[in-house]
Structure formats: C-alpha cells, structure tokens
Design a protein around this ligand. Structure first.
Ligand code: PMP
Length: 294
C-alpha cells in the first residue's frame, strides 16, 4: 500500500506517495497519540466535509492537542489531495499525530502533524454487499467512556476493532459486532448499526462509541420518510425481533446485514429505501446537502 504512485498532503505540502514516511520513534506509533478521519467523495464532492473536519479537530482536542491548521485549511487540503490524485470518487483519510521530536509518555514538546491521503475504495464490504454481510460476536467490548476518550476517532480505540474483526473473519464472518462494557449492543468495527423492528428503526445510544456522521444522516433520512427512529440501549436478545438490520458508516455506506451469530435476517424495504435515499443524497451538491440537513 505504501509503494505506489500518487500524492499525499503532509503539513501543508504535497509529497510523493512512496516518500510519505515517518521516523520509527514517532510518538503516535508508540503511544497511539493519533486521530484520523474517513471521508468519501462522490462526483468530486466530499460528503459532509466540514462535519468530518470538525470531528477531526475535536478528536485531537479530546487527546489533548490542537491540530495546527484551521478547519478551512483542512477542508481545502482534502480537496487538494483529491485533485492532485485525479480522483472524483474516493475515500479520504486525514490523520493527525504527535511527532518524533521526543519519546516518552509525557510529550508536551512534540509537534502535531497532519497528513491527508486519498484513494479509490468502492465499499468497505465489496461489490456483493447488497446480499447482506455477516457479523460474528466480538470477543472485545467497547471501553466505558470513563476509561478512554470514546467520542474521539482515536487510533488507539481501533486496537480492539482489529482484534475483533480478525476473530470474526477467522470464524468466517465479514465483521464483528461489539457490545458495550455493560452488555448492550454497540457497533461493528467500523460502522454503526440499525435494527428495523415492527417498521420502526432502533439504534444504540452512542455513549461509548462514535455518533457517526452516516448514522445521523440515516436517522434524518428515515424521519423524512416518516419512519420513527429510536436511540436507546438495546439488549443482544432483542436482536431476534428485528426484521432488517443494516450498518451505516462512511466506508460501509448503508450495508445490509443478513446474519449476526446464529440469527438471520432478510434485507427488505426499509434498508432498500434508505440505501436509495443515502445514495441520492451523497451525490447532491454540498449546498443541497446542507439545505436538507437544515
Ligand atoms: N464506528 C466506528 C468504529 C467507525 O470507525 C466509524 C467510521 N468512521 C463509524 C462508527 C461511523 O462513522 P461515520 O459515519 O462518521 O463514518
């Protein structure tokens, strides 16, 4: 993935992809002092760019640092990366981290760096995702919000994601469903989850995981269709009552789920409607998207 053509934006300038290398004594690598974003552009427009940029800045603040670029500069840099790589439909990955100026748990003297890459990534679950993906139960639970800055899109919080996803893949599932520390349904390793029960949507309260931008978009789209949406604590045993299940996330978009552990589901009308509405929305101009969000 590192040895390829292309340009990566790094602290204000574009560098060749294969030369965008860090020192091995980078604080972000040793102590996970790194936060990132995942964005998508459709037809050259980055969907909800300012929301992602604001979350990136806020994620840094939750880890105790200020990213040394304004929101306007970060937005412009994301667009610059797309152009520099000749991309219109792509995944965009900004990442901010503490540098290698010093290495210790206390790292007040480190500089905060920002890099942004972009590459084509059609969908997290590939082309045949429409038949529905499968989820295994994760061996790891989400940390309690008193044990980690769970509202931050922080690199360190993905450690249990990778462990959980690898465990699920080893059992033949596509992804893992993580529970909260107290045993409620939380989220998949890179996307939020929704259940359709008796024609209404239910989604876990995001109190120890990301309140995803896609999640909020899907909730608004459902309400615009007069589909009631309930944010609440959901027990794993309630999942058997669901007629439809889907994931929502920038990389996953809206992806139907056909199996969770032993339970099976059939993607239906609600999922299909929201996939169509989400697909239409992401292809609108930023002005149009903002108007609909208002
Ligand atoms: N949860 C996790 C763990 C994620 O990585 C993501 C993707 N950023 C989400 C939820 C969904 O967030 P969003 O819709 O803002 O992409």
């Amino acid at each position: 993935f590192d040895d390829r053509d292309g340009m990566i934006w790094w602290d204000g300038e574009l560098r060749p992809w294969r030369d965008a290398k860090l020192h091995v004594l980078t604080h972000g690598l040793h102590y996970a002092s790194a936060v990132f974003e995942g964005e998508r552009s459709y037809g050259g427009n980055i969907f909800r760019l300012r929301d992602h940029t604001n979350r990136l800045i806020q994620s840094g603040k939750l880890l105790g640092f200020d990213i040394p670029f304004s929101a306007d500069a970060i937005d412009a840099a994301c667009n610059e990366v797309l152009k520099a790589n000749g991309l219109t439909d792509a995944y965009i990955r900004p990442i901010a981290w503490r540098g290698s100026e010093m290495l210790a748990v206390s790292a007040q003297q480190t500089k905060i760096h920002l890099a942004i890459a972009a590459w084509p990534w059609p969908n997290l679950f590939g082309n045949d995702r429409m038949k529905g993906i499968t989820l295994g139960m994760a061996p790891w639970r989400r940390p309690d919000p008193r044990t980690a800055p769970t509202a931050s899109k922080a690199a360190g919080l993905y450690m249990i994601g990778t462990l959980s996803k690898h465990a699920a893949e080893a059992e033949g599932f596509n992804d893992a469903l993580m529970l909260t520390l107290d045993g409620h349904v939380a989220e998949a390793t890179g996307a939020n989850i929704f259940f359709a029960i008796d024609g209404e949507l239910h989604t876990p309260t995001p109190d120890c995981f990301l309140d995803g931008i896609t999640r909020r978009t899907v909730m608004a789209l459902a309400r615009a269709r007069q589909i009631p949406v309930h944010e609440r604590h959901i027990k794993p045993e309630e999942m058997a009552k669901a007629s439809e299940v889907f994931l929502a996330g920038t990389a996953a978009e809206v992806t139907p789920v056909r199996q969770i552990g032993e339970l099976t589901f059939t993607p239906g009308k609600i999922t299909e409607t929201l996939i169509a509405d989400y697909t239409a929305l992401v292809h609108m101009s930023p002005e149009e998207v903002a108007k609909r969000a208002a």
